[in-house]
Design a protein around this ligand. Structure first.
Ligand SMILES: [Zn+2]
Length: 215
């Protein structure tokens, strides 16, 4: 009998929290490289990449952020999971799509099977950006620019990174998407690079791969 659809253990980090021991994160470089964690012992920590994908039962993968979007993905009752780092650069480069496609090519997971969670990140209430970035987003995503680019009280543009990731996931066919809605810059319980600069730390959000499905 199929087990009930249960999300695997996952958590969005807050200021001062430590991730579970053994959490594997990549050396995030604002790109779209997918790190695959597929052997014992997990030894990928520190390799360059902004997605960590695993199907290793019990393995925990994580993403470090302070304003960038942490995106957690799960499929098949958590037997395939990924942690994604999506700042504006990775979002423009469609790092979420890279993660979804890797789940598909490696494990045959279809987008409809994926559950996505969008974590705390800097939101349009606080994310004033330069006109160059707004122009880049308009160029790459003309169909969504009106939704994701707004106007800050200064008159300069804002960017909704979380919404742009949601739209990308939806376009790929992912239907189960939960958004925390939280703004790292508004709430002191989160690290925010924009607010605290070099003094800001990084929060680790993580997701743990479920045990194997019984045969
Ligand atoms: Zn805010």
């Amino acid at each position: 009998m199929a087990r009930p659809l249960t999300p695997p253990p996952h958590h969005f980090g807050r200021k001062g929290e430590a991730p579970p021991p053994g959490t594997v994160t990549g050396n995030q470089v604002h790109g779209t490289v997918v790190l695959r964690l597929g052997g014992h012992p997990p030894a990928l920590s520190g390799a360059d990449g902004d997605v960590v994908l695993t199907h290793l039962p019990g393995a925990t993968v994580g993403v470090r952020t302070a304003d960038c979007l942490p995106l957690l993905l799960s499929a098949r009752n958590g037997t395939v999971v990924a942690a994604v780092h999506a700042g504006w650069r990775g979002t423009v480069a469609q790092v979420a799509a890279a993660a979804v496609r890797a789940m598909e090519s490696d494990h045959g997971v279809t987008p409809k099977e994926i559950h996505a969670w969008l974590g705390p990140c800097i939101r349009p209430c606080c994310y004033e950006v330069g006109p160059e970035l707004a122009a880049t987003v308009r160029e790459h995503f003309p169909q969504w620019a009106g939704q994701v680019i707004g106007t800050f009280r200064s008159g300069r543009p804002t960017l909704d990174v979380a919404l742009l990731n949601r739209l990308q996931l939806t376009a790929l066919g992912v239907t189960r998407i939960d958004d925390s809605g939280a703004c790292t810059h508004c709430h002191n319980g989160y690290e925010s690079y924009r607010r605290d600069g070099a003094a800001s730390g990084r929060m680790v959000s993580w997701i743990r791969c479920a045990p194997e499905e019984p045969a």
